[in-house]
Design a protein around this ligand. Structure first.
Ligand code: FEO
Length: 398
């Protein structure tokens, strides 16, 4: 990717990672980008870097705009190695004595990765910095999604450099939201939110309020992954607020795995009963779907219905995997329900109910448990169970 001037004197000098398909366990079917931004003013400023293996590409992109040694200071909005792994190479090229600005927590985290070899300059929340014709303001955004995360706001340009927030894992030569299909990119933004930010929704709502209270005018949001939002930046901010409220509509998901197809038959019958009642639903077979896509479906579902056969007196391991992942991301305000087939002991439904209760879901008292292979009348009971779940969804959905 060649550097692109995204506003007067401001360049995206980041790189495209076309081939990444697994980002610490999150499936990235569209690849991703590591965006980094160069501001050429009286001072030349680099905001964020890239993964270690792309550092030379970043330097080449910078060199296409200015000699890297002309960079006066570097700002690290976030320590995670997809944005900082290339810092040692970059600092070596521009001069290791140059100031490296970061949040106070960033100073600690960067030192824990790179030692004390750089001139770290911790910033206060709300601190301003003149770089010539521009003023940069720094906003701590702790736990969005690391303790060190911060935003950098360029006041005169009304540009928010938002680090991981508002990102999407999408690789493309298109650089702006107006150049890509809106539904596709919002889908990727939703997946990103569900997998990276869902557990911090209370903080996101507070931050959105803080941005409103500060009266920050935002014409462009430049995240560190994916496209830049310029057509209507409020759209992605409003989507974050909406997702953070976790007020689901008339939607359910039926998530299951199966050994000899009995739990699958139950899943499809339950989903059929839910759909007949006017609630949107998909049966999701865990071994045919990635956990990061499953959690994306969970994000705006009112009911999470989970099915597992009993294996060795316990849950099927793939179901336990998804539940562990889901529990960590802390979805809220969900109805939970459990089902499964079994051979002789049949503990899975009770175990599923306990897992869902531990996530503070409103768990249906009755689970649906069938021995060996469901017969026609059993599938009818499953359909009825689906209808009962749907009634609860309709009563509670927004
Ligand atoms: Fe894109 Fe949290 O790193």
């Amino acid at each position: 990717m060649k550097p692109v001037e995204i506003a007067r004197g401001i360049y995206n000098v980041g790189v495209i990672d076309w081939n990444i398909r697994d980002f610490h366990g999150y499936s990235t079917e569209c690849g991703t980008t590591y965006n980094a931004y160069l501001i050429v003013d009286e001072k030349v400023v680099l905001i964020d870097a890239v993964k270690k293996e792309f550092a030379d590409q970043l330097l080449a992109n910078i060199a296409a705009v200015v000699d890297p040694r002309r960079i006066d200071l570097v700002i690290s909005n976030h320590t995670e190695m997809d944005h900082s792994g290339g810092l040692p190479r970059v600092m070596h090229a521009i001069g290791e004595e140059k100031p490296l600005y970061c949040s106070k927590m960033g100073r600690k985290n960067l030192a824990q990765h790179f030692g004390e070899k750089f001139a770290y300059q911790p910033l206060e929340n709300g601190q301003e910095m003149e770089i010539g014709s521009r003023t940069l303001t720094f906003l701590e955004t702790r736990m969005l999604h690391w303790p060190d995360s911060m935003f950098t706001y360029a006041k005169e340009d009304r540009i928010l450099f938002s680090s991981d927030a508002f990102g999407q894992h999408y690789a493309g030569y298109e650089m702006f939201d107006d150049a890509v299909d809106e539904q596709m990119i919002m889908g990727q933004a939703k997946k990103y939110f569900a997998n990276i930010l869902l557990l911090y929704t209370a903080k996101i709502l507070k931050l959105a309020q803080q941005i409103t209270d500060m009266g920050l005018e935002i014409e462009m949001i430049c995240p560190d992954h994916g496209i830049i939002w310029r057509r209507d930046p409020a759209k992605i901010i409003n989507a974050y607020v909406d997702w953070s409220r976790q007020e689901a509509g008339k939607k359910a998901v039926v998530i299951y795995d199966t050994m000899w197809k009995s739990t699958r038959l139950m899943a499809e019958a339950i989903a059929g009963g839910i759909a007949e009642s006017g609630v949107s639903v998909r049966p999701i077979h865990i071994r045919s779907s990635h956990r990061s896509d499953i959690i994306t479906e969970v994000l705006d579902a009112k009911a999470v219905v989970v099915g597992s056969p009993t294996l060795n007196n316990g849950l099927f391991p793939t179901v336990a995997d998804v539940l562990t992942y889901m529990k960590g991301l802390r979805p809220k305000n969900k109805i939970g329900a459990a089902f499964g087939s079994y051979g002789w002991s049949g503990e899975s439904v009770k175990l599923l109910q306990e897992e869902l209760a531990a996530m503070k879901f409103d768990v249906m008292e009755e689970g649906m448990k069938i021995q060996y292979v469901p017969q026609a009348e059993d599938l009818e009971k499953c359909r009825e169970y689906g209808k009962t779940i749907a009634q609860k969804v309709l009563a509670q959905a927004r």
